[in-house]
Ligand binder design. Structure first.
Ligand SMILES: [Fe+2]
Length: 158
């Protein structure tokens, strides 16, 4: 049954997705500033922001179909003027919060909702692995040339 508890958890999920979309957009805008010029990382976070917005919209659609109402998040001021490694570390914290809430939903779900969120659990697991990998790569770089090359790789492959 799509009870109040489940509706609240789903609403939290939607808010977390909107929040991530907003923060990743902020990272992207800052990193693309001509005086920062990490165009590859900026592109990466722009794509991530698009993905999160898509998740927020898909979850909102499901939530409303089941009779829920969507409350948009009150996004508190959040420092998005971060260099790549710090931005990635912050993103990993957010992605883990998103996963934790999906797990809570799964544990308190009706069958229909559990089926619906299955794919998001997988997406979330992949996303956490991807951020972890990028943090590992970025942390390993000990000079600006390495960072320049990784930024270029993200620009050309992303
Ligand atoms: Fe997401």
């Amino acid at each position: 049954m799509y009870n109040n508890n489940l509706q609240n958890l789903m609403n939290n999920q939607i808010q977390l997705e909107f929040q991530a979309a907003h923060i990743y957009r902020g990272f992207s805008i800052y990193l693309s500033h001509p005086k920062i010029a990490y165009k590859g990382f900026a592109k990466y976070f722009s794509n991530e922001s698009d993905d999160e917005l898509k998740h927020a919209q898909e979850l909102s659609e499901y939530h409303q179909k089941r009779g829920g109402t969507v409350e948009l998040p009150n996004i508190s001021s959040f420092d998005t003027k971060l260099y790549p490694l710090q931005a990635l570390k912050q993103a990993l914290i957010l992605e883990n919060q998103v996963l934790d809430n999906f797990i809570l939903i799964s544990q308190n779900s009706d069958d229909q909702t559990r089926t619906f969120i299955d794919k998001y659990l997988q997406i979330q697991t992949d996303s956490i692995a991807e951020y972890t990998e990028l943090i590992t790569k970025t942390s390993r770089l000990d000079n600006n040339i390495g960072l320049y090359m990784l930024d270029n790789e993200l620009l050309n492959n992303g």
